[in-house]
Each structure stands twice: as structure tokens, then as C-alpha cells.
Design a protein around this ligand. Structure first.
Ligand code: IDP
Ligand code: MG
Length: 138
């Protein structure tokens, strides 16, 4: 069964929207199979965001992502990787349509409520980055 990794970002936690965002994923038919509240250290953020580590906005993004505890979770279900990305909407919350999670709750291109894996390869790497095998109740 397909799995994906999500991170409810600091803005989501600060706005007390964790329940509302998880509700959208669960109502779409996906199961929560792992979850933890954790504050992401700089080294882990550098690894997680290695694909954008050389971009000028990276230091501000790393500060934001490490600014308070976040909820890291694994969702499971048929087609979950693509469907969760669709439910999130595009990266830039200002361009995200009403009805998407980022469109309804996000602020801008950086402060955008939730991370989700973008491919089977990144999902596998990201789940292994944040969870031990016995923490995932697949
Ligand atoms: P994604 O989260 O939609 O997959 P990525 O391109 O993987 O988007 O970027 C990871 C995160 O980096 C975004 O969710 C956002 O928080 C931040 N980010 C991406 N592009 C920009 C930008 O142009 N300015 C500021 N922050 C950005
Ligand atoms: Mg991404």
C-alpha cells in the first residue's frame, strides 16, 4: 500500500489547524499510520531540503521550519502521494485555488501549512528520514 510523508509546518501548528488539515486527508480516505511532534534541528532540515539548500530563501525557510514543534506523519492509501499533493495545491499559497489546503489556510510561497512527498522515491527516503520501521503501523 502506498505511503507518503507529511509535515504540518509551524504556521499550521500556530494557527491550531492540525486537526482541520488531517481531517481533509482522512476524509479523502487515507489512513494515519505514523505520527510524532518534533522540533526539526538544522542538520535534519538541511537534509530534508537539500534540493533547495543553495537557494537564497533557504536560511529563512530553515529558521521558519525550526521555529516550533511540527507534526510529522505518514499517510497510507491508494494513490496517496499524488492525491495529497493535489489536496495541498501549488507551493505558493497565494496562487493556490480556494478549496485546497494551501489556498484556504496558507500565507505565501514559503509559509504554506504542509509539506508532502512529491514522488515514490522521495516518499520512501522521507519516511525513513523521520521514522524507524517499527514506528510505521502500515
Ligand atoms: P513543495 O513544498 O510544494 O514541494 P518545494 O519546491 O519542494 O515545494 O519547496 C519546499 C518549500 O520551500 C516550500 O514548501 C516552501 O515552504 C519553500 N519555498 C519554495 N519556493 C520558495 C520561494 O520561492 N521562496 C520562499 N520559500 C520557498
Ligand atoms: Mg517539495
Amino acid at each position: 500500500m502506498e505511503k507518503t510523508l507529511i509535515i504540518l509546518k509551524p504556521d499550521c501548528m500556530e494557527k491550531r489547524l492540525a486537526g482541520a488539515v488531517l481531517d481533509r486527508f482522512q476524509k479523502a480516505g487515507f489512513d494515519l499510520v505514523a505520527a510524532k511532534l518534533t522540533r526539526l534541528p538544522p542538520a535534519l532540515l538541511a537534509e530534508h531540503y537539500a534540493h533547495i539548500a543553495d537557494r537564497p530563501f533557504f536560511p529563512a525557510l530553515a529558521d521558519f521550519m525550526g521555529s516550533r514543534p511540527v507534526l510529522v506523519a505518514v499517510l497510507q492509501g491508494t494513490g496517496v502521494i499524488a492525491k495529497v499533493r493535489e489536496l495541498l495545491g501549488p507551493t505558493d499559497s497565494k496562487k493556490a485555488p480556494v478549496g485546497t489546503i494551501r489556498g484556504d489556510f496558507g500565507t505565501d510561497v514559503s509559509v504554506n501549512i504542509c509539506h508532502a512527498s512529491d514522488s515514490p522515491e522521495s516518499a520512501a527516503a522521507e519516511i525513513a528520514r523521520f521514522f524507524a520501521p517499527d514506528e510505521v503501523f502500515a
